[in-house]
Design a protein around this ligand. Structure first.
Ligand SMILES: CC(=O)N[C@H]1[C@@H](OP(=O)(O)OP(=O)(O)OC[C@H]2O[C@@H](n3ccc(=O)[nH]c3=O)[C@H](O)[C@@H]2O)O[C@H](CO)[C@@H](O)[C@@H]1O
Ligand SMILES: C=C(OP(=O)(O)O)C(=O)O
Length: 425
């Protein structure tokens, strides 16, 4: 397992171009299955999750090449609706195959998806949505089989605005007969990106970005070329890293409108942020101020995917902050690791009470999930001394070579891969 070794205490400085969004690219790649032929997707980052998605698509019979930031995907010879269990287990986003497979083949044979251990992460809302469109669903042990000789539009109300369920239902409903309306839909920017992509393929979807999405089914979709939006969570991670190290960083090719809640919180913490078109400049020279209360909630509120990163800034702030996680019940595991670095944080139920300390100290810590890992990297950059972050594969799910990106900003960070064992003879 790779490790990151960080010599902390150096302010980040320089300019960085933000990668395409993992959480937009993954459903878009799955949705490409809906059209027969060659679709080209630009701005696709090199991530473990993207590799897994491309391997699943290959297993289904597609041809997929990822060169530079572009994926060329030929879905013509896709021939099976069965996603192997081993690939399903490698990430949560494997569940995105369910809607497109059902719409294209009238059947999807999948398994409970895997992914980071941040909560129970049920898929009941995905299944209820597909059932409302006419799918028959069989569940036995870990296996899920959805079948529908015909999908028919329906009015679907989500009891919670689940991002993945909204996307799966959109992807199944595009080829259904008639109109589907999703109410209490998730409003995340990645849903708007999926709508734009599907409409570029010839779908008729309106309303993404609001809580009501209307999908008028079409007979078929055509392949297209499409560019994925910038990754708002990677943008946010670098913004927090710049502030925590008291550096000056310019982030290019961002979508600042997608980060309003983070910008608001960081400004309350005393960080200077200048927005100019698609550029965000972050600068900080003083100790951050505590922020009384931050609550993670569905977009446009503060994102759960930036909760662990902002905690590092608050751990260094002057005063006491409260950070409440309402989306995933198991997403405060980084607290123990940050405490090993000198942070003073107490957890009560789903709330972290953070008493800021003047400095953190390097330690050997373990990335327990993707964003927890990113937070530990930020903590290591800001800390005095050497930090070793273990279980880096979690971070590789969402950051395209994080050490290369941070080295460009002057960070002292290197990756160490285990030396392969050489037999004596
Ligand atoms: C690939 C991707 O886009 N991942 C994002 C997506 O995950 P994901 O789509 O899995 O997140 P959801 O919005 O579905 O989940 C939010 C909450 O709803 C619950 N739930 C969800 C579905 C369901 O059928 N039943 C159910 O109870 C989950 O357990 C969780 O507590 O949105 C999350 C919330 O913004 C982000 O943290 C993830 O980075
Ligand atoms: C939780 C995340 O991703 P996933 O839904 O793919 O596990 C994330 O991106 O922070």
């Amino acid at each position: 397992m790779d490790k990151l070794v960080i010599e902390g205490g150096k302010p980040l400085s320089g300019t960085i171009v933000i990668q395409g969004a993992k959480n937009a690219a993954l459903p878009i790649l799955a949705a490409s299955l809906l059209a027969e032929g060659t679709t080209t997707i630009d701005s696709v980052p090199h991530l473990l999750d993207i590799d897994v998605m491309l391997n699943i698509l290959r297993e289904l019979g597609c041809r997929a090449e990822h060169t530079g930031e572009t994926v060329v995907l030929d879905t013509t010879s896709a021939h099976t609706s069965h996603v192997p269990e081993t690939l399903m287990k490698q990430m949560r986003s494997s569940i995105f195959l369910m809607g497109p497979l059902l719409a294209r083949f009238g059947e999807a044979q999948v398994y409970q998806p895997g992914g980071c251990a941040i909560g129970e992460r049920k898929i009941d809302l995905h299944l209820q949505g597909l059932a409302a469109l006419g799918a028959e669903i069989e569940e036995a042990n870990n296996r899920i089989i959805c079948r529908a000789s015909k999908l028919t539009g329906a009015d679907i109300h989500l009891s919670f605005p689940s991002v993945g369920a909204t996307e799966n239902i959109m992807m199944a409903a595009v080829l259904a007969e008639g109109r589907t309306t999703i109410s209490n839909a998730a409003r995340e920017p990645e849903i708007q990106d999926l709508q734009r992509f599907l409409n570029t393929m010839g779908a008729k979807i309106m309303g993404a970005g609001t809580d009501t999405i209307t999908i008028d089914g079409v007979k078929e979709l055509a392949p297209c070329r499409y560019k994925v939006i910038p990754d708002r969570i990677v943008t946010g991670t670098i913004m927090v890293a710049a502030a925590a190290t008291r550096g000056q960083v310019t982030l290019q090719q961002t979508q600042p409108a997608h980060l309003s809640s983070l910008i608001h919180v960081m400004r309350r913490a005393g960080v200077q942020i200048v927005v100019d078109g698609d550029i965000i400049k972050v600068g900080s020279s003083a100790r951050p101020k505590a922020v009384e209360r931050i609550v993670t909630s569905p977009y446009p509120a503060f994102p759960t995917d930036l909760q662990s990163q902002i905690m590092v800034l608050l751990a260094l702030a002057d005063g006491v902050s409260i950070l409440k996680e309402t989306i995933f019940e198991g997403r405060l595991k980084h607290v123990d690791e940050l405490s090993r670095m000198g942070a003073d944080i107490r957890v009560d139920m789903n709330a972290a009470f953070i008493r800021g300390v003047p400095r953190l100290y390097g330690a050997t810590v373990e990335a327990t999930d993707l964003r927890a890992g990113a937070a530990l990297v930020i903590a290591g950059l800001a800390a005095q001394g050497r930090t070793i972050v273990e279980q880096v594969h979690h971070i590789d799910r969402g950051y395209d070579r994080i050490e290369t990106m941070l080295s460009r900003l002057g960070a002292r960070i290197s990756r160490f891969a285990p030396v392969p064992h050489m037999p004596n003879n």
